[in-house]
Ligand binder design. Structure first.
Ligand code: NIG
Ligand code: FE
Length: 399
């Protein structure tokens, strides 16, 4: 005889959901896979069952939540953030609102502040921003380095990021730091050499800011290829400030995502549409730099997979709030509320090549957001109102 430990399960049932966004197109053929009067059961962190209200199967250790007709959707997947930094650039923002234009040059001031900060200060900032994300319904966070721009500072950024973010991205190629301005080739050599070796163990992804004032197409290609050779997966900041080769490079290297995608040609759109590269739009950046928004309709009509992300950073988009991004995407980028919600959940998952999140169907992670509203449409219809009233990550309540 040997003792068998009793198996204890934790389960969460959310019942009486007025409108459930599943993103499971197999349900009704529509991208959001909407179910009315629904319920979801999560067992040990994973969705075990989705069905009609009041008909859930029995489960051990059950915690029952009555949604009382509210809407529930998958947790937001924020696939683009720069959370490891010190200081802020409020005055730069104010100057922009008074008429100055945004340039990549402002990044240098955050680099100085970040290099001067202690590990603890940087970590506290990441913890604060991840908590802020969770509070507004984000259940998956991607975090880049990019404000260290030295071997030691990029490595510590990723060490800190990997303790709190779900996905980490090496962005040694954010801009050329001041001390390399007269010999940029040496900086690129560092990014693909010693810095990559130091950072690759702490990251899944490699990213390059390919734009005016940052890296050109040849540099971006070289850096992404070097990262891929070191086992990292590519993504890219492309075509934010002006037209350029970034989107084409994304498709050429098989990047999971091209991010920003603001200034694009018909050829860029055709290349995206015939690829597996997601276009991740970052409406907070155009909002906060008072720039022209990307043409989301043009991308969607061409069949491009579109994600929405917050791009939280102290320069161009100091927000973690995905409901805000959804509202702006609907109002100013002409996405429908359904498209914006899909892009902020399933789209973000696609941009991170994650199969386990972004969809509520059996086997997926139990990441859920409950709104104090009857339908997902309210995320855009009631801009700025804190509608997120419940957040669960792998079945565990975050708020
Ligand atoms: O995604 N575009 C490059 N990087 C950030 C901005 C960084 C900054 O201004 O500090 C972005 O918008
Ligand atoms: Fe960015």
């Amino acid at each position: 005889m040997h003792n068998v430990e009793p198996v204890t399960h934790s389960s969460l049932l959310i019942d009486n959901i007025g409108e459930l966004v599943t993103n499971d197109a197999s349900h009704d053929g529509s991208p959001l896979g909407l179910r009315l009067n629904a319920a979801v059961l999560v067992v040990d962190g994973v969705v075990a069952w989705v069905g009609d209200a009041g008909t859930a199967p029995a489960a051990d250790g059950l915690e029952r939540v009555d949604a009382a007709g509210r809407a529930v959707l998958p947790g937001f997947v924020d696939s683009h953030g720069h959370l490891v930094f010190a200081g802020d650039r409020a005055h730069e923002f104010a100057a922009r609102m008074a008429g100055e234009s945004y340039t990549a040059g402002g990044i240098a001031s955050t680099v100085s502040a970040t290099r001067a900060a202690s590990d603890d200060d940087l970590e506290r900032n990441v913890i604060r921003l991840v908590a802020e994300s969770h509070a507004s319904g984000t259940t998956t966070v991607e975090c880049k380095g990019g404000y260290g721009l030295s071997v030691a500072d990029e490595q510590r950024a990723l060490r800190i990021a990997s303790r709190h973010a779900d996905e980490t991205t090496y962005l040694g190629a954010h801009v050329i730091p001041a001390e390399f301005k007269s010999h940029p080739d040496e900086y690129v050599a560092l990014v693909v050499g010693e810095m990559l070796d130091a950072c690759a163990p702490h990251a899944t992804w490699i990213d390059v800011f390919c734009d005016r004032g940052a890296f050109d197409g040849d540099q971006a290609r070289e850096i992404l290829r070097a990262g891929m050779a070191a086992g990292l997966k590519p993504r890219i900041h492309a075509n934010q400030l002006q037209p350029g080769p970034g989107v084409q490079i994304a498709v050429e290297v098989g990047a999971a995502s091209a991010d920003h995608v603001t200034h694009v040609t018909d050829d860029d759109i055709a290349a995206l549409a015939s690829s597996t590269t997601v276009a991740t739009l970052l409406p907070g950046a155009e909002f906060s730099t008072r720039a022209t928004y990307p043409d989301a309709r043009r991308l969607l009509d061409a069949g491009v997979t579109v994600a929405l992300a917050a791009d939280c950073n102290p320069g161009s988009s100091y927000t973690t709030n995905m409901p805000f991004c959804i509202a702006v995407a609907v109002r100013d980028m002409h996405m429908t509320p359904s498209q914006a919600v899909w892009s902020a959940t399933a789209g973000g998952a696609a941009a991170l090549r994650r199969e386990d999140i972004g969809v509520l169907s059996p086997g997926r992670r139990g990441d859920l957001v409950m709104l104090d509203a009857p339908t997902h449409i309210h995320l855009a219809y009631r801009p700025g109102v804190p509608l997120v009233s419940g957040v669960w990550r792998a079945g565990v309540r975050l708020r």
